[in-house]
Design a protein around this ligand. Structure first.
Ligand code: HEC
Length: 199
């Protein structure tokens, strides 16, 4: 039966290949540098870059907090801009901003101001976002950041922030506006600027 063996072999190969492909794809997201975005909408492209940026920020904050909030302040101040730069790809640049800023370098790009004000005025909701058309034909995407449980250690009301952290924040950020927050409040935004495709 010469025809059976190749068929079986082919079937076995397909099984092996699909099993091999499906398992890692389901287990973890692709790294930022290789995530393909064929025929993706601008919002898809924005989220494809923001996802790994958020994950890397969270991982950095979590591991730094394990060494205490003072060490975490150092880690956050140093890593956040680098993580944003590292996440940028596929014509998409990303960042974080806020209405009540801690570090003035995180001031919003001009196009972020209006959608951020809208989100700040709306009832705070996870995933709330605005999409705006940019003058260059590209797209701007702005998404709410809420205050979570670990955040109040460094952004909370006076009672929630240790004297040590307060001292260090005051020293590093003399114009700090980003304290006094409670869990669930609007803290700021993630933004993504998506370049136009084609032409
Ligand atoms: C260990 C202290 C610490 C914790 C915990 C912390 N932050 Fe911050 N946060 C900072 C510091 C320091 C900066 C300024 C970073 C810089 O210099 O760019 C900052 C900046 C920010 C910014 C950028 C805008 C600005 O005001 O400069 C946002 C947004 C933000 N934090 C949100 C959060 C959220 C949400 C959480 C909880 C998930 C959180 N932070 C937890 C210390 C902290």
């Amino acid at each position: 039966m010469p025809t059976f063996a190749p068929r079986r072999l082919a079937a076995a190969l397909v099984l092996t290949l699909t099993a091999g492909l499906a398992a890692p794809a389901a287990a973890q997201p692709l790294p930022a540098s290789s995530a393909p975005a064929p025929a993706a909408t601008p919002v898809d492209r924005a989220r494809a870059v923001l996802g790994p940026f958020k994950a890397s920020l969270k991982a950095t904050l979590t591991s730094a907090l394990a060494q205490g909030p003072v060490a975490a302040i150092e880690a956050c101040a140093v890593s956040a801009p680098g993580l944003a730069a590292a996440a940028a790809h596929d014509g998409v640049t990303v960042g974080r901003s806020a209405v009540k800023l801690r570090n003035p370098v995180n001031a919003p790009p001009a196009w972020v101001v209006a959608p951020m004000a809208e989100l700040a005025a709306a009832p705070p909701k996870e995933g709330d976002h605005r999409v705006v058309a940019l003058p260059d034909g590209g797209t701007g995407y702005v998404e709410t950041i809420l205050v979570g449980e670990p955040c109040v250690k460094c952004h909370g009301a006076e009672a929630a922030v240790s004297p040590e952290v307060r001292g260090l924040l005051k020293q590093r950020y003399p114009a700090d506006q980003a304290t006094g927050f409670a869990q669930g409040q609007f803290r700021g935004v993630f933004w993504a600027q998506v370049a136009p495709t084609g032409k």
